[in-house]
Design a protein around this ligand. Structure first.
Ligand SMILES: Nc1ncnc2c1ncn2[C@@H]1O[C@H](COP(=O)(O)OP(=O)(O)OP(=O)(O)O)[C@@H](O)[C@H]1O
Ligand SMILES: N[C@@H](CCO)C(=O)O
Length: 318
């Protein structure tokens, strides 16, 4: 569960006192998520999400993320902006961590998306890519292709303690993908982590896109490739769901467009996405203390997907 930083009732009451947000009624740690500490906060006025930013989110990046959320919300996308206190400040300190009070969005996080849900979510991604066309800020991808080999080297031979030959498998994947990585192609601000658990839905309607803390400027289609790798497989990465995979591409094509040449780039972009998540999960696997409250995510679920894309290439996207 992702509650790294406990928040005392006294500290939370003091924090809420800076806002026109009513009096504290209850606060519960949210089990989902691995990156930040999240609480569901009910007050006499409304329901909010309280996020305390942990290891991977730098306080220096928060203005970028919050401006992006404001920009998208102003364009009518269902994203959760941070709330300003009485002085208009959205970024606070709480229990010695940067913290924001965030608008609560309705809906439930998906665990097993249907094709109709995949279609709606990918169409929303396409809307998001259109909506950032006039967003002025940029942020390099802190988990972009240029970071994968250094991260692989930092994991070192310990990778083979996760699974025999994992190091060799990732090494050959990196050689293959980095050699073929596109140097051209549309770039824009992307979400970069649009997993099913970062989309809130009611039936087949998207009610929220959340967790923008990897958002960055990178290849636009890499965002779709991340989504394809995250949505189109069972959790262990063993079974590919053709109907969901197709629905993602159709949904994106309907709202943004997807040319034949662009489709050709998807296999290498998806293999890159697999390396990115296999490596970040492997790093966490090797570096999460045994007594941590967070559930480690399985890196092998992404090496299996990598194997699938290597085997099937463009046929996975037709
Ligand atoms: N604005 C919101 N409205 C409603 N629920 C939310 C909101 N933000 C977060 N949540 C809930 O909190 C959970 C964890 O949030 P989030 O995914 O942002 O955490 P994280 O630690 O950054 O996760 P991740 O592992 O996906 O990077 C979500 O799955 C969702 O259930
Ligand atoms: N969505 C990521 C966690 C954030 O990097 C994963 O499932 O590995």
């Amino acid at each position: 569960m992702a509650v790294y930083t406990p928040v005392s009732a006294e500290a939370l009451t003091g924090f809420l006192g800076r806002y026109d947000a009513g009096e504290l009624v209850s606060a519960k740690g949210i089990a989902e998520g691995v990156e930040n500490s999240n609480y569901l906060v009910d007050t006499t006025r409304d329901r909010y999400i309280l996020t305390l930013y942990e290891k991977r989110v730098s306080a220096d990046d928060l203005p970028f993320f919050l401006s992006l959320l404001d920009h998208l919300a102003a364009k009518g996308l269902p994203v959760p902006p941070a709330i300003g206190d009485r002085g208009g400040r959205a970024i606070q300190q709480l229990e010695s961590r940067p913290a924001c009070l965030i608008r609560f969005l309705p809906g439930v996080s998906l665990s097993h998306p249907t094709p109709a849900q995949a279609h709606a979510a990918a169409a929303m991604m396409g809307r998001m890519h259109r909506a950032v066309a006039d967003f002025a800020l940029a942020r390099p991808n802190s988990m972009g292709a240029d970071t994968w080999r250094p991260l692989f080297e930092r994991c070192g031979s310990d990778l083979d303690s996760i699974a025999p030959s994992l190091r060799d498998e990732l090494a050959s994947g990196l050689d293959r993908v980095l050699h073929a990585w596109p140097t051209d192609g549309d770039r824009c601000v992307i979400h970069a982590d649009l997993f099913p658990d970062n989309v809130l839905m009611r039936d087949d309607q998207v009610t929220g896109l959340i967790d923008f803390y990897f958002a960055c400027t990178d290849l636009r289609l890499y965002d779709l490739a991340v989504m394809h790798s995250a949505w189109s497989f069972d959790v262990r990465g063993e079974r590919y769901d053709l109907a969901v995979g197709r629905a993602l591409l159709d949904g994106y094509a309907d709202s943004y467009g997807l040319g034949a040449e662009e489709r050709q780039q998807l296999p290498v972009l998806a293999m890159g996405a697999c390396l990115r998540f296999a490596l970040s999960r492997a790093w966490d696997w090797l570096n999460t203390p045994a007594d941590a409250l967070v559930t480690r995510k399985d890196p092998l679920a992404y090496t299996r997907r990598l194997g699938f894309y290597q085997e099937h290439g463009i046929t996975a996207f037709s």
